[in-house]
Structure formats: C-alpha cells, structure tokens
Design a binder for this molecule. Structure first.
Ligand code: HAM
Length: 423
C-alpha cells in the first residue's frame, strides 16, 4: 500500500465541507472589504523566499522544500504567500491598478516542520494583503477584516496580540542593546543563535531552545526602542481598533518568524490550541516590495492557518454545515432512474443534496442506504408511481408520507425541509 507523505493530510468528507464553508465565508467577508482573489503558483524561485522571508529564519534555513528542476534551477514549494504576492505585484505591474490594492489568497503552503498537533508539512493558509497604504488606518482595516471573518464563523474566545517592531533603522539600536544584554551569557546560547549573533541577531528572539528562550525573556522588549513615528503609528492602530470595539493585547516579546516585518505585528491565539499553535499571523512590511526590486509600496496583511482554524471551529457553525438535510431518491427498477435524476436536477437551485440510488438495490436495501447517509427524506418511485408520473415522498423524521406529481416533487421537498427547519 502506498501511504501519504508524512505531514500531509487527506481532508475527507464531511470535514471537507467545513473547509469549503470557511473559504466561502472568507470570500464573502474579505470581498466586502474590497479584496479580490489572486491565484499564485505553488512553485517559486528559491531566491524569492531567501530575499523576503530571510536567510536566517527557521522557515528558510530549515523548513523549505527546495529542489533543483531538470535544468538545475533552484525551486521551492512556497512556505507562505506574502512573498509571492509581492513578486506578482512587481512582475505584473499591479501598481498601475487603482491603489491601494486589496488581494486575498488561499491554498497550500509547505514547511518541513517537526510533526505535532496543528503542525503539518503541507497546510493551507487564507490571507489578505493591502498594498499601497502606509497609514495606521490601513492596519486597522486589515485587523477589522480579520476580526469580522472570525466573528462570522462564530468565534468569541480568540485573543489578538499585537506588538511594535519599529522601523529597520530602530532595529540597529535595538540589536546593539540586545547584544549588550546577552553578552554575559553569550556562551550559553545554542549553536544556531551563535551564528544568528553575527548574521541576524533579531532571530535569537524566536529561538525555540528553552535556555535561549529564558535568556531572551530577561532582555528589554523590542517595542521599547522604537522611534516616535513608529510608536505613534502603532498607538493609532490600537486607538482605531478600540473605537471599533476590538480588543487587542500588547505582547511586548512578539517578533514573528519572518524578516520582512516592521512596526505593527500581530497574532491570533485560540485558548484551545495555546500560544505555540497560533491561528493567524500578520503585520506590516513597507520595505518588502522595494527590497525585491519594485518601487516603494507599503503593505500590511495576515495569513490564517486553515487547518488550525477548522480544528477549533465553533460547534454552532460546524453543525449548520454538517447537518445539512439529505434527500435519498429511490427509483425502483431501471426505468424509474431517469425520473429520479430529474428530481435531483430540480433541486440544484435550492442547493439540496439529493443523491439517487443507482446500484439497483431493492426498496428495503435502498432504505438501509438512505438511513446510513443520514437522509431525512426519501423519495420512492416504484412501477405504479412511474406509470402515474408520481412519487412517494416520505419524511423519515415525522414518519409521514405523501404521493406527489413527479413535476411537483422538488418544490414539495423544498417546502417540507423549510417547515422542518422551523419546527
Ligand atoms: P506565519 O505566521 O508564518 O505568517 O503563518 C501564518 C499562519 O499559518 C500561522 O499563524 C499558522 O496558523 C499557519 N501555519 C504556519 N505553519 C504551519 C504549519 N506547519 N502547520 C499548520 N499551520 C501552519 C506568514 O506566513 C505570513 N505570510 C503572514 C502574513 C501575510 N504577513 C503579512 N501578510
């Protein structure tokens, strides 16, 4: 037997229905805020991620699926979506479109990570990026879109944490301070951090080795060494969110694991999954597009981990999606199948699931199948019904049945299901 690759998942029905429903809500909510979907390649040149996410990040240094294609070009299965959006913005001249540009995306990402609950090697993200607006109000809009999406799904226990990373210029000062504070214990840092010390000291802050974590907690938080402009920016973001009734908590040690961020960074935590398995991460990245060779285009956005989100979906949302009514159509004899399929065709508009029995089962076996698939209503078309162009519609919940003209069956079922939804 061939098994799936470690860290990948088969999303099976009926769970796949939850995924579809979540994505439909994302399109609707983000669409309302003006975001249009961009569909990007899963394969990108390796350099794109090295230059955007950063060479010293865990993602680039340890987790990428990178390989040479048949011509020896280094390609990478995308580990995240923002870099691809920035590349596409530059390559397609999207600066010509009305600005700011609002883009959404969803799809698979790949990171070679240690397996654990909520952590996969192929996982899906749903994200939005707002390009061409540098104001704090743009951050507020993005966070409101995030909050609205989560509210539409019925979440009420999620926590948004936020921090201020300052500007790259502030970081020079911060790193000097950080190094000074860590110098007495420098020898105790792990091997990776010894290297980061020289190449990218900020990344010491998101090292997962316990001793490094301990040493880091005693240092001055990054938000303490930001410029006045950056401080004001994030304060205005907080004030804007406050005015909208969205509560966020300050997380002075939050730095995020990607190099392109500046000023506002944030994450969403679910009490059910804990702080190490965040649902969503995002922030501002005003230098990313210019660092990749484009013009000065500021950006802000986030990505939600869809696997994690689906895992903690509120029951009310799950139930409405999973308990959709099912109608089992039971034609008895081959001649009745076409009439059965007509009924299904008549229910397409109402979005009612009405599979037809097509294996030639007896009525008794047909009822067993109907009960296994959770049918609430069964439609029987026997020989005499077919001759009379009628069908018997049986409500299994109420144990009531009625003979209905074939042409009327779809409307009759719609009304029946509507009534039982009200009951
Ligand atoms: P990130 O924090 O690396 O940010 O990933 C965003 C989300 O993807 C995480 O919060 C998590 O829910 C999910 N995720 C990441 N790795 C895994 C995994 N191995 N298994 C399951 N879920 C995972 C970014 O990717 C940025 N591009 C976000 C962004 C967009 N910033 C600005 N715009």
């Amino acid at each position: 037997m061939i098994r799936k690759v470690k860290g990948t998942r088969d999303i099976l029905p009926p769970d796949s229905r939850l995924w579809f429903a979540v994505e439909a809500v994302a399109h609707r909510v983000f669409g309302s805020f003006g975001y249009d979907e961009i569909r990007l390649p899963v394969l990108e040149p390796t350099d794109l991620f090295v230059r955007s996410v950063g060479e010293e990040t865990d993602i680039v240094a340890k987790e990428m699926y990178t390989f040479a294609d048949r011509k020896g070009r280094s390609l990478t299965l995308r580990p995240e979506g923002t870099a691809g959006v920035a590349r596409a913005y530059i390559e397609n001249g999207l600066g010509q479109l009305p600005q700011p540009l609002r883009l959404s995306y969803l799809g698979p990402m790949f990171r070679y990570e240690r397996m654990q609950r909520g952590r996969y090697r192929q996982f899906a993200q749903i994200g939005i990026e707002l390009l061409g607006a540098a104001t704090p109000q743009a951050d507020v809009e993005v966070l409101l879109a995030l909050h609205s999406f989560l509210s539409e799904l019925g979440f009420d226990d999620l926590i948004i944490v936020l921090n201020n990373l300052g500007d790259p210029e502030d970081r020079v000062r911060f790193i000097d301070g950080l190094k000074a504070e860590l110098t007495p214990n420098r020898e105790e840092l792990c091997g990776d951090c010894q290297r980061r010390w020289e190449t990218n000291p900020l990344r010491i802050l998101d090292c997962k080795v316990p001793r490094c974590r301990e040493l880091v907690t005693e240092t001055t938080p990054v938000a303490d060494s930001v410029s006045d402009a950056a401080r004001e920016h994030v304060e205005q973001v907080e004030a804007g969110l406050d005015a909208l009734g969205i509560s966020v908590q300050r997380a002075p040690r939050l730095v995020r694991g990607l190099d392109y961020y500046l000023r506002t960074v944030f994450e969403v935590i679910s009490p059910k999954l804990g702080e190490d398995t965040v649902i969503c991460g995002g922030g501002r990245y005003d230098r990313l597009i210019s660092d990749l060779g484009g013009s000065q285009v500021p950006g802000v956005g986030f990505a939600i981990g869809e696997d994690r989100l689906v895992e903690v979906l509120p029951d009310a949302f799950k139930n409405t999606i999973l308990q959709r009514p099912v109608v089992a159509v039971l034609p008895i004899g081959v001649e009745a199948v076409a009439a059965g399929l007509e009924i299904t065709r008549g229910l397409i508009g109402a979005g009612i699931s009405a599979p037809v029995e097509v294996t030639g089962r007896s009525l008794k076996a047909g009822f067993k199948w109907a009960s296994k698939i959770g049918a609430q209503v069964v439609v029987i078309i026997g020989e005499s019904e077919l001759a009379a162009r009628t069908a018997v519609v049986k409500d299994l919940k109420k144990s009531k049945q009625k003979t209905v003209a074939l042409a009327e069956v779809p409307v009759f079922i719609e009304e029946l299901l509507l009534e039982s939804a009200v009951d």
